[in-house]
Design a protein around this ligand. Structure first.
Ligand code: 0A1
Ligand code: ZN
Length: 851
C-alpha cells in the first residue's frame, strides 16, 4: 500500500552500496502460508563507497532472527527494510524470515500459481523473499537449497545434491538479486540438448503442468535456434550445464530471463497447431530468443541501476528482432515492428507518459517497462548500427562483451565502446537517450530543371514533453534513394546523417526531376512530413524498390483516404484502391507482404493521425469510415477474392513458418473481405473444418464482424473450454469486436462469466485490455466504457498493482478527445486516484496521466 508521500528516485543521486558480497547461501523451507527463508551472506566493506549505512531492503517479511558473525542482533525494521550496525571488516549476515506465497496475488517475489511455487524478482521482488541489498549493482554467486515435497525443485545455475524432499543448486556466475529464481511443483519436462560451438553439452528442459507437454516442441526448437544464432551472429556461447524454462499461468509480463531458469507466462511458450495462431508461434519464438539473448545482454552484463534498463532491454529487443528477421522475412518483420511502434510507443512519447529512453526519475520502476524503453530503445540501437556500419557495430559489441563482462554497466559505458571502436564523437547521438518525444522531420523538395539539380531541404523539431520544454537537434540517420519518372532506381539507398535543425542534401547532373524515397526501412523513429500528393504515393506504391517504403506509400494513401472520409465525407480514394488492387494481385510478391498491404490503419491509429493534424477524433466517424473503406476494398477486389482465398491455402501439413503464415494471412484477409460482401460460406466452412487455430479464429472473427457469429462463439467455447489459453482468445475476441453500442455491456457480461478470473493477468487483459482496444466501444459517448474499466482497475489494484498500473495506459490519450469525453475520463481518473490505499504503482500512473 502507498506511503503518504510517494518518493521520487533520481538518476543523478546514484551512489554505490557500502558493501560487496562474496557469497549468498539461501535455504527455502517451502510451505504455502509459512515458507521459511534462511540466508547466509558474506559481506565486506566496499572500498569505492563512502556511505556505509547497512540498509537491507525487505518488504512483507516476518523477521524471525538476525545474526552478525553468529551473534544474534535486533535490527531497526521498517516497512521497507532494516538497518543494522555492522563491523568495518568482512562479516557474515544470517537471517531467517517467514513469507506467505499462497496469499501473494501481486505475483512479485515468491508466489503460487496453480499449486506451483514460482518467483518473479525483476525489478524489486527479491526484497519480498528475504532481506537483501536489492539493487542490480550488487552482484554475487548464489548457492540455494530447496526443501519441499514437490517433485521438481529448481533454481539458478547448475544442479548440486538432491534427494527426497530437497535439491541444491549453485550458480557460479555473479548476478544481481533480480535474476534469482526458484520453482517448485509437480511438473513434467520436455527435454532437449544443445552442444555449444566449443563442444560443451547443455541439457535443456521446458517444464510445464502435466497435460501441457504436447505444447513444448516448438519452444524447444526456438531455444536451440536462438542458441545457435547467438553463437553465429554475436559469437556468444551459453555458460552453464543446464538451461531450464518453466511455464507459469499467472505472470504479470511475458517472460523473465533469470539466470539458467527462465520463467515464462504460459501464453509465451506453449504452442500447438490446434491452439496457437501463426502470430502466437512467431511471438513465442521471439520471446524465447529474447530471454535467451538476455544471458549475455542483461545477465553477464547487467545494469548499474534501473535507470539503465534500456541498456539490456533495448539491445535485447534489437537482437531478437534481428533473429526474427533472419528466421523469417526481413521486410515483413520491419513493417510489423513499425506498426507496433506507432501503435504503442508513439502515443506514449507524445502524451503525458512521455519519458526518455533512459528515464531520469521514477517513483515505481515497474511503471517503466515501457514501449519507450524497450522498442524505442531498440530503434536507437538500430540507428547506431546504421550510422557506424555493420562491421564497426559487431566490433563494438565484441569490445562491449570483453570490457564489461561481469559488470553492472551504464549507457555511458555502452556509448564509449562505440566511440572507442570508431573514433566518432557520439555526444549528440546520446540525446536519443535523454530527450523524450518523437521528432518530426519535414522535407521540402527543390528542382532546378536548367542545371539538373535536385535539393532536399530537411528540418527537424520535437514538441515539448513533460519536464522537457526545449529540445536540441538529434542525429537522425535518414536512408534515402532516388527513382526516375519511369520508376527505375537511379540512386540506391544511402544514409544522410542529419545533425542540425535544418539541413539540405543536393543531387546534381540529373536529366529529369527524380522521385525521392525517404526514410527507407524506417531508418529513424520519427514522424516524416512530406508535401506530396497521392499521385506520388501511388507511384511509390507501384515502383519503390524499398519494400518498407512501398508498403508505407500504400499505408499513407489508406490513411489519407480515411481522413478525408472522416473529415470531408469523401468517398474512398480511387488512387488508393487501384494501387492496392495492383499490388495485392501481383503474385510475384510475397503473400505475407500482400496481406500487410491489405490491412488498413486501426481506429486508434487514425485517432492519433487526426490529433496530429489538430483535429478532434470522433470515434463513431472513425468506426464508420474504417468499415466503409474495407467495404470499398472488398468491392474493387470482388473478382479477385475467391482466387486470393483459394490460391493461398497452404498445401501439405501445417507449418507455422513464414511462407505458410503469409499465405494463411492473405487468404484470411480475402475471407474477411468476402464477408464484407455478405459472402459468408468460406468463413462458415473454414470455421467448421480448420485444423489450426489461425484459420479457426480468423473464420470466427469474420462471422462475428458480420453479425453472424452467435452460434460459432458458443461452439468455440464448447470446443475449447478446458484450454485456458484458447479461452483467453475467446474473451478477447468478443470484447474487442463487440458492436460499439453494446461493447461495454458485452465486456461487463464477460467479467461476470464463470471463467473470468481477475487474479489471472492473462484473463484480465484478454477481457478488459481487448475492450479498451475496441476504440469506438471504449470511447462510447455515454462514458460507460470508461466507467467499466475504472471500476475494474479499482478492484484489481489491491490484488495486483503492477497489472492495474499498466492497464491505466488505456487512458493516456484522453486529451485527444472532445471536451465531453475528456471530462468523463477525468472523472474516472480522479475516482481511481481517490481510492483509499491505492498502490504506489497506480498512483504514479494516474497522476502522470492526469498531468
Ligand atoms: N526482463 C523481462 C521482463 C520483465 C520485467 C518485469 C517483470 O516483472 C515486473 C517480469 C518480466 C524481459 O524483458 O523479458
Ligand atoms: Zn527483456
Amino acid at each position: 500500500m502507498r506511503d503518504a508521500a510517494p518518493q521520487t528516485i533520481y538518476l543523478k543521486d546514484y551512489t554505490p552500496f557500502g558493501y560487496l558480497i562474496d557469497s549468498v547461501h539461501l535455504t527455502f523451507k517451502l510451505h504455502p502460508t509459512t515458507t521459511r527463508v534462511l540466508s547466509r551472506i558474506a559481506f565486506r566493506p566496499n572500498p569505492d563507497a563512502t556511505d556505509k549505512t547497512f540498509f537491507l531492503h525487505g518488504e512483507q517479511l516476518t523477521l524471525i532472527s538476525a545474526k552478525i558473525d553468529g551473534a544474534e542482533i535486533t535490527p531497526e525494521v521498517t516497512d521497507e527494510g532494516l538497518i543494522a550496525n555492522v563491523p568495518d571488516a568482512p562479516f557474515v549476515w544470517e537471517a531467517e524470515v517467514e513469507i506467505s506465497p499462497s496469499t501473494n496475488t501481486a505475483l512479485e517475489g515468491l508466489y503460487m500459481s496453480n499449486g506451483m511455487y514460482c518467483t518473479q524478482c525483476e525489478a524489486e521482488g527479491f526484497r519480498k523473499i528475504t532481506y537483501y541489498p536489492d539493487r542490480p549493482d550488487v552482484m554475487a554467486t548464489f548457492d540455494v537449497r530447496i526443501e519441499g515435497d514437490e517433485k521438481v525443485l529448481l533454481s539458478n545455475g547448475n544442479p548440486g545434491a538432491s534427494g527426497d524432499g530437497f535439491a541444491e543448486w549453485s550458480d557460479p556466475w555473479k548476478k544481481p538479486a533480480y535474476l534469482f529464481a526458484l520453482v517448485a511443483g509437480d511438473l513434467v519436462n520436455h527435454p532437449g540438448q544443445f552442444t555449444t560451438k566449443s563442444g560443451k553439452d547443455v541439457e535443456l528442459n521446458i517444464w510445464v503442468r502435466p497435460g501441457d507437454d504436447g505444447k513444448c516442441a516448438f519452444g524447444m526448437q526456438a531455444l536451440k535456434d536462438s542458441m545457435k544464432w547467438d553463437e553465429d551472429v554475436y559469437g556468444r556461447e551459453y555458460d552453464l550445464d543446464i538451461f531450464n524454462i518453466v511455464a507459469v499461468d499467472d505472470f504479470n509480463m511475458g517472460a523473465m530471463e533469470n539466470k539458467g531458469l527462465n520463467i515464462f507466462n504460459s501464453s509465451c511458450v506453449l504452442a500447438s497447431q490446434a491452439t496457437s495462431t501463426d502470430a502466437d508461434f512467431e511471438r513465442i519464438e521471439a520471446i524465447i530468443a529474447h530471454e535467451y539473448f538476455h544471458n549475455w545482454t542483461g545477465n553477464r552484463i547487467t545494469c548499474r541501476d534501473w535507470f539503465q534498463l534500456c541498456l539490456k532491454e533495448g539491445l535485447t529487443v534489437f537482437r531478437d528482432a534481428q533473429f526474427t528477421a533472419d528466421m523469417r522475412s526481413e521486410p515483413v518483420k520491419r513493417i510489423d515492428d513499425v506498426i507496433a511502434l506507432r501503435a504503442r510507443q508513439f502515443p506514449e512519447d507524445q502524451g503525458p507518459l512521455s519519458h526518455p529512453v533512459r528515464p531520469e526519475e521514477f517513483q515505481e520502476i515497474n511503471n517503466f517497462y515501457t514501449a519507450t524503453v524497450y522498442e524505442k530503445g531498440a530503434e536507437v540501437i538500430g540507428m547506431l548500427k546504421t550510422l557506424v556500419g555493420d562491421e564497426a557495430y559487431y566490433q563494438a559489441l565484441d569490445l562491449y562483451f570483453e570490457r564489461h563482462d561481469g559488470d553492472a554497466a551504464t549507457i555511458e559505458d555502452w556509448i564509449k565502446v562505440f566511440e572507442d571502436c570508431t573514433g566518432r564523437d557520439l555526444t549528440q547521438f546520446k540525446r536519443w537517450y535523454s530527450q523524450s518525444g518523437t521528432p518530426k522531420v519535414s522535407v521540402r523538395e527543390e528542382w532546378q530543371a536548367e542545371s539538373g539539380t535536385f535539393t532536399l531541404h530537411f528540418s527537424q523539431s520535437t514538441a515539448p514533453t513533460p519536464g522537457q520544454d526545449v529540445k536540441d537537434p538529434r542525429v537522425i540517420p535518414i536512408a534515402l534513394g532516388l527513382l526516375n519518372p519511369n520508376g527505375d532506381e537511379t540512386h540506391p539507398t544511402r544514409i544522410f546523417e542529419m545533425m542540425e535543425a535544418e539541413q539540405s542534401l543536393t543531387f546534381t547532373g540529373l536529366g529529369a526531376r527524380p522521385i525521392p524515397s525517404i526514410l527507407r526501412g524506417f531508418s529513424a523513429p520519427v514522424m516524416l512530413e512530406q508535401d506530396i500528393d497521392n499521385a506520388r504515393r501511388a507511384f511509390l506504391l507501384a515502383h519503390d524498390t524499398d519494400e518498407f517504403n512501398r508498403w508505407e506509400a500504400g499505408r499513407d494513401l489508406a490513411r489519407d483516404s480515411l481522413i478525408n472520409m472522416i473529415l470531408k465525407d469523401a468517398a474512398p480514394d480511387p488512387a488508393y484502391l487501384d494501387g492496392l488492387k495492383r499490388v495485392v494481385t501481383d503474385t510475384s510478391l510475397d503473400a505475407a507482404y500482400r496481406a500487410l498491404m491489405l490491412a488498413q490503419p486501426t481506429e486508434t491509429e487514425l485517432a492519433g493521425a487526426l490529433a496530429a493534424l489538430g483535429e478532434t477524433p470522433d470515434p463513431d466517424k472513425i468506426y464508420a469510415a474504417t468499415k466503409a473503406l474495407s467495404k470499398a476494398k472488398a468491392g474493387i477486389l470482388a473478382d479477385d477474392l475467391h482466387a486470393l482465398y483459394s490460391d493461398n491455402q497452404p498445401q501439405g501439413p501445417y507449418t507455422p513458418d513464414a511462407e505458410g503464415s503469409g499465405k494463411r494471412a492473405l487468404a484470411n484477409m480475402a475471407m474477411a473481405l468476402l464477408g464484407r460482401l455478405g459472402q459468408l460460406d468460406p468463413a462458415k466452412a473454414q470455421f467448421a473444418t480448420a485444423d489450426n487455430m489461425t484459420q479457426q479464429i480468423a473464420a470466427l472473427a469474420t462471422l462475428v464482424r458480420e453479425g453472424a457469429g452467435t452460434e460459432a462463439v458458443q461452439d468455440f467455447y464448447d470446443q475449447w473450454k478446458s484450454d485456458r489459453l484458447v479461452i483467453d482468445k475467446w474473451f478477447g475476441l468478443q470484447a474487442g469486436m463487440a458492436d460499439p453500442d453494446q461493447a461495454a455491456e458485452v465486456a461487463k457480461a464477460l467479467t461476470q462469466h464463470a471463467d473470468f478470473d481477475m487474479k489471472n493477468p492473462n484473463r484480465f487483459r484478454a477481457t478488459l485490455g481487448a475492450f479498451a482496444g475496441n476504440h469506438a466501444g471504449f470511447h462510447h459517448a455515454t462514458g460507460a466504457g470508461y466507467k467499466l474499466l475504472a471500476d475494474w482497475l479499482i478492484k484489481l489494484d489491491p490484488v495486483n498493482p503492477q497489472t492495474t498500473a499498466r492497464m491505466c495506459t488505456a487512458f493516456q490519450t484522453w486529451k485527444r478527445y472532445d471536451s465531453q469525453r475528456q471530462s468523463l475520463i477525468r472523472a474516472e481518473l480522479e475516482r481511481i486516484l481517490a481510492t483509499e490505499g491505492l498502490s504506489r504503482d497506480t498512483h504514479e500512473m494516474v497522476t502522470r496521466i492526469l498531468g
